[in-house]
Design a protein around this ligand. Structure first.
Ligand SMILES: C[S@@+](CC[C@H](N)C(=O)[O-])C[C@H]1O[C@@H](n2cnc3c(N)ncnc32)[C@H](O)[C@@H]1O
Length: 269
């Protein structure tokens, strides 16, 4: 299974730290709303640094467990927590557990996966009837209505770069219909968009976007998707404390597996 970012180095660690700093509060708020409870069995796919798995483990009390997984386990291999088990997993492959988890979480992973339908089915297969799924995935619409043309053009180039790699940057809005089509009940979908500027308070957003652009702007320039002047203007906007920029929107989709899931699927077959 290929993933667009294969450099699991310190630069990527800092980018993932920034992503976690931005998304953890929104993710935890959604998990609290689901009502994560002591002794639950939880699964995380594409855990990155594992901040969500660590938070979930802290909610479980003395029992329960968290299976913390990623295609590349470099950043989670060292996690030591009595309730966390780290494993290398590819969500495009059938998962070893069937209907065992109370909760499965995927954040900022699904849009990278070309066969998103297979990945969603594999994930749905892991939760018990009545169990919960939370997807938190990006949707680029917000950056396309930013006030600054160079910022919009950089994202347009980024979007085209993603399309060539089967990365769907509108995944956020598409997850609910995809899960509903495989029989899940959709309980809530809400988005969060960050507006940020060049000040210290917006450091996480700047670090995330700078880290992402540092990785993709050179090929965008080489391949003619982006002009040098737009790239320079967009970087300058990032550092300007007077300029407020639209970040990506992330949609959190909370789905629940119906209690009669197996029977319903048989009726449809
Ligand atoms: C952008 S990072 C997000 C990390 C973390 N979920 C977060 O939000 O902080 C995407 C992660 O998904 C993982 N990934 C990509 N394709 C995957 C797949 N097919 N199965 C499991 N993990 C995958 C990558 O290795 C990477 O760690």
């Amino acid at each position: 299974m290929r993933y667009a970012i294969t450099n699991y180095n310190e630069t990527e660690r800092r980018r993932l730290e920034a992503l976690a700093a931005l998304l953890d509060p929104f993710t935890f708020q959604n998990l609290k709303q689901i009502g994560i409870r002591p002794a639950w069995r939880c699964l995380e796919i594409g855990a990155g640094l594992g901040t969500v798995s660590l938070w979930m483990a802290e909610q479980l009390g003395a029992q329960g467990d968290v299976v913390c997984t990623d295609l590349q386990t470099d950043f989670i291999a060292d996690i030591e927590h009595p309730l966390i088990r780290v494993e290398m997993r590819d969500i495009t492959q059938p998962q070893p557990e069937l209907e065992q988890f109370d909760l499965a979480v995927v954040r900022a992973v699904h849009h990278h996966i070309p066969d998103r339908d297979a990945a969603a089915r594999n994930l749905v297969g892991t939760v018990r009837p009545g169990g919960h799924i939370l997807y938190v995935e990006p949707d680029l619409h917000s950056v396309f209505c930013d006030d600054h043309p160079a910022w919009r053009r950089l994202w347009q180039a980024f979007f085209q770069w993603g399309e060539r790699r089967d990365i769907d940057y509108y995944t956020g809005r598409r997850v609910p219909a995809q899960l509903a089509a495989i029989g899940m009940d959709i309980l809530s979908v809400r988005g969060e968009t960050i507006l940020f500027n060049g000040s210290e308070a917006s450091k996480a957003a700047r670090d995330l976007y700078r880290g992402t652009f540092d990785a993709v702007v050179p090929p965008l320039l080489d391949q003619g998707f982006l002009s040098k002047s737009d790239s320079e203007d967009a970087y300058a906007l990032l550092d300007n404390p007077q300029v407020w920029l639209m970040g990506l929107c992330f949609f959190a989709t909370h789905a629940r597996k119906p209690l009669a899931y197996g029977a319903e699927q048989e009726e449809l077959a």
